[in-house]
Design a protein around this ligand. Structure first.
Ligand code: PXP
Length: 239
């Protein structure tokens, strides 16, 4: 199980003062040194955390894998093709949301999606789609030409009892198996933290989890390196 670290909230903190610290590119370097298998950032339409210059600098320093989360817009497509991250993740984006809410509505966007994905394939940039753990959505992602599906774990992460969590995990396990049967790579993320991530270590079909908020929040107390190593251990790694 690999850990990709989302560093958006390093930029949120930097933007609180609108100056230079803490620097997302420096965080990316430290995250890689601490064992992160990839760096994730979300360039939002309103640039509320990561900004264009951050993305350019991240591209210069990241040596593992840069995953650009983005809305399916022409502007973002042009930026991504210019920046050449290893991977883009298509996410729904609503202006007023605090964080990404729910998976990408693949049924609604299916016709446009195939065309949208083509230039990424031509540029050898892998495409991931953030979707609900649902067979139909997974099938459409594969048909549209995605390489990877990121299963949305937000509903799982909000459940309060073991029984409810197990029910959601069952759906996620089933979806992961189904996606693998279609030859899609499977990753998962959203709302995962130090209390709810461990069961993912046992889901063989899920190769990576993408975690941001919980790691950056813990880093405020223990430092980024320690926060990342602790999460890697929880996921069954050496830490
Ligand atoms: N995956 C996707 C697609 C996301 O949009 C986010 C939030 O930016 C994450 C993973 C990470 O979520 P969290 O910050 O809750 O760990």
């Amino acid at each position: 199980m690999r850990l990709a670290v989302n560093i958006d909230h390093i930029a949120t903190l930097r933007n609180a003062r609108n100056e230079y610290d803490p620097d997302p590119a420096e965080a990316a370097l430290l995250a890689e040194k601490s064992g992160a298998a990839g760096i994730v950032c979300h360039l939002r339409e309103d640039r509320r955390h990561i900004r264009d210059l951050d993305l350019q600098r991240l591209r210069q320093v990241v040596t593992t894998k840069l995953d650009l989360e983005m809305a399916m817009t022409e502007e973002m497509q042009a930026i991504a093709l210019r920046t050449k991250p290893e991977l883009v993740t298509l996410v729904p984006e609503n202006r007023e949301e605090l964080t990404t809410e729910g998976g990408f509505n693949i049924t609604r966007h299916f016709n446009a999606l195939t065309e949208y994905i083509k230039p990424f394939r031509d540029a050898s940039i892998a495409v991931s789609i953030f979707i609900e753990p649902d067979e139909r959505a997974i099938e459409l992602a594969g048909k549209a030409g995605a390489d990877i599906v990121e299963l949305h774990t937000g509903i799982y992460s909000l459940k309060e009892t073991d029984q409810e969590r197990e029910k959601e995990l069952k759906k996620i396990r089933h979806a992961a198996r189904f996606a693998r049967s279609l030859n899609l790579e499977v990753v998962a993320g959203h709302g995962l933290n130090y209390k709810n991530s461990a069961p993912f270590a046992a889901i063989e079909e899920i190769e990576e989890v993408s975690i941001g908020h919980a790691i950056i929040a813990r880093a405020a107390f223990t430092g980024l390196e320690s926060a990342i190593r602790e999460m890697i251990k929880l996921l069954g790694g050496e830490g």
